[in-house]
Design a protein around this ligand. Structure first.
Ligand SMILES: Nc1ncnc2c1ncn2[C@@H]1O[C@H](COP(=O)(O)OP(=O)(O)OP(=O)(O)O)[C@@H](O)[C@H]1O
Length: 261
């Protein structure tokens, strides 16, 4: 048995504009130091779930335990210290084109007034961690490939020394070779730093690296299983989803509107 890093219990999120419960009684254990992959249809609420975990969106009800402490409703310093445990890697590497790699990665430390020589040293360490050549440090984003930009993005996330890294569709728009390279990077990062990783992905290649896969359907975790046996799984939801089959328990159109006011 692995220790749980994040434990989500009966989480619900309703947006007032539609009344729809995007998260609808979701319960999930995210093991410490492992790579958990969350899959589900487009618009299912995967990003909304990540944003609730990190504290960017306030749940309507339920609990999110991080290291055993419920983080829902935290305010002030407690909220900030919980937030600092997380790194968040977005779909597109949001690098500022007018800044160098050094400035992009070190931006927070530089703005905090930390000696630029010290920041440079820290940035160099993070570049090695993500296997980028040190000569990259003075380049601009426009000089980098898509895969290199992802590495820079991850290096920037690592500057906060996160315990948990959330990746929101990190390979969307990348070619299949770069997809594999990015997945290998995510996996090696998790092993080198022993961080807890949560990856939202539509790319089945991630199953080669994940420890656990959870399928989100209609606001709940419908199935969770070890990634190792996923292709042999006879679970009807998993079977249909990972093969992209039109027929099965998962409806194609996301049309179910639930109003539980
Ligand atoms: N702030 C918000 N206010 C109202 N509705 C929202 C808000 N944020 C997200 N939603 C709705 O929640 C639903 C789930 O969105 P989300 O982005 O989490 O889906 P997803 O599973 O990540 O989709 P994809 O795989 O396409 O990225 C969508 O219908 C979206 O419109």
């Amino acid at each position: 048995m692995h220790r749980s890093k994040i434990k989500i219990v009966n989480l619900k999120k309703q947006f007032s504009d539609t009344g729809r419960y995007i998260t609808d009684g979701l319960t999930l254990d995210i093991p410490e130091g492992k790579l958990t992959c969350i899959i589900g249809r487009s618009g299912e609420g995967k990003s909304v779930l990540l944003k609730q975990i990190i504290g960017l969106i306030e749940p309507t009800s339920g609990s999110i335990f991080v290291d055993g402490k419920d983080t829902v409703g935290l305010v002030g310093k407690d909220r900030i210290s919980n937030f600092k445990k997380f790194g968040y890697v977005f779909q597109s590497a949001a690098l500022l084109d007018s800044l160098t790699v050094f400035e992009n990665i070190g931006i927070v430390d530089l703005e905090d007034g930390i000696d630029p020589a010290l920041v440079r040293k820290r940035v160099q360490e993070k570049l090695s961690l993500v296997d980028l050549d040190q000569s990259t440090i003075d380049k601009y984003p426009s000089e980098l490939s898509g895969g290199m930009k992802k590495r820079v993005d991850l290096a920037r996330t690592l500057m906060g020394n996160p315990e948990i890294i959330l990746y929101d569709e990190p390979t969307t728009g990348l070619d299949p070779i770069t997809v594999k390279v990015v997945h290998e990077l995510i996996s090696s990062m998790q092993k080198k730093l022993n961080v807890t990783s949560v990856v939202i992905s539509h790319d089945v290649d991630i199953f080669n690296y994940a420890d656990k896969v959870a399928l989100l359907y209609e606001g709940k975790i419908e199935t969770e299983l070890s990634a190792q046996g996923i292709w042999e799984s006879q679970d009807p939801y998993i079977y249909q989803f990972i093969r992209g089959l039109p027929h099965g328990p998962i409806q194609l159109e996301h049309v179910v509107i639930k109003n539980k006011a």
